[in-house]
Design a binder for this molecule. Structure first.
Ligand SMILES: [Zn+2]
Length: 342
């Protein structure tokens, strides 16, 4: 693979005929068979947009899911989606969530058919995102296990089954989204990373964990405002992540107040460096992207640096998102030239 391979953290905007644009978690506009083929068409467009922008590691743009956590949970036994409860997500905002009422299990694969479809469309490396066990626990009300840790272990086993099938379908990198890792540090160190390692047990493909400061929604930007001039959240969890079996760590870097030197704590890991801000409509210049990457290069070896977006781009307009994809690649190209690799 090329030096500094580019990718996205996950989601891309959906076409307006599939779901309401510039809206997070917006409901589908199609049903039944039309929805199935609509999702596949959207997936083809997401692939083409990434290829057109020169992205090296292709994702599905999350075109086949409504929500990065609940779409997975919908396919599990033991969870009641009809009688929802309101909980605070990541200690930040209220949400109406499904309730765990019985032992959780996976009847059949959730995303494997979608992943096979993407695999058929391209020979480029593909990355697939799943929710992480701790973030799943944090997006539910648990009326059965009554223990966040116990429930996370159950989810880790289920995620491992799904991940093994995704690997068999030809997925090159399986990513677990764990924004909750940025909030519950004690739990992360007690059992969060251990559960993640259970979720990747036995996998031969590469594995990643995405830990961000969230989509550019108000609850998140307000929270960021409260974090002060230096965001040192990563510092709490990096030592244990560095020692874990996870191959790649996906982080928010561009326009964030994360002190770059914290990356020294995960030296040796591959790092997907967020060099695109998903909380603004400003399209980064290639030079702005290059500045972020150049700065990170002091702490991440060039062969382990994967330019990426800070988080998903689902809430952005398609025009802004495709501009940002192009900027990401152009910025990476500047640094490749500087390193004599292009
Ligand atoms: Zn994210």
């Amino acid at each position: 693979m090329t030096l500094l391979p580019t990718s996205t953290a996950g989601s891309l905007p959906k076409p307006s005929w599939l779901a309401e644009p510039e809206t997070l978690w917006s409901p589908w506009k199609l049903q039944d068979d039309q929805l199935v083929s609509g999702k596949q068409d959207a997936l083809r467009i997401a692939l083409q947009e990434q290829q057109h922008a020169g992205i090296d590691i292709i994702s599905d743009g999350e075109q086949t899911r409504q929500h990065f956590v609940t779409t997975f949970i919908e396919h599990l036994n033991g969870v009641d989606f009809d009688n929802r409860k309101t909980v605070k997500i990541r200690d930040r905002y209220d949400a109406s969530v499904p309730v765990v009422i019985n032992a959780v299990s996976r009847q059949k694969s959730v995303f494997v058919e979608d992943a096979k479809f993407l695999r058929q469309q391209t020979k480029q490396p593909i990355k697939w995102a799943l929710p992480g066990p701790m973030t799943m626990v944090d997006t539910l009300y648990d009326d059965h296990y009554k223990s966040r840790e116990k429930l996370a272990w159950e989810f880790a086993k289920i995620l491992n089954e799904e991940a093994k099938e995704l690997e068999a379908a030809g997925v090159d990198i399986i990513q677990f989204d764990e924004p909750a890792f940025n909030v519950f540090f004690d739990e992360v160190n007690d059992w969060g990373i251990a559960c993640l390692e259970r979720a990747i047990e036995g996998l031969k493909c590469e594995t990643a964990v995405h830990i961000c400061y969230g989509y550019g929604i108000k609850a998140n930007t307000d929270w960021k405002e409260s974090l002060g001039s230096e965001w040192r959240q990563y510092e709490e969890i990096f030592p244990k992540l560095q020692a874990s079996n996870i191959d790649i760590i996906s982080l928010e870097c561009h326009n964030s107040r994360v002190p770059t030197e914290l990356l020294e704590l995960v030296r040796g890991k591959k790092v997907m460096v967020g060099a695109i801000d998903v909380a603004t409509n400003h399209i980064e210049t290639p030079e702005e992207v290059a500045d972020t990457l150049r700065n990170v290069l002091k702490y991440v070896d060039a062969d382990k640096l994967y330019p990426c977006t800070n988080c998903g781009m689902a809430p952005l307009s398609r025009k802004v998102a495709s501009g940002k994809l192009a900027a990401l690649n152009a910025g990476a190209e500047i640094i490749r030239k500087e390193l004599g690799a292009a």
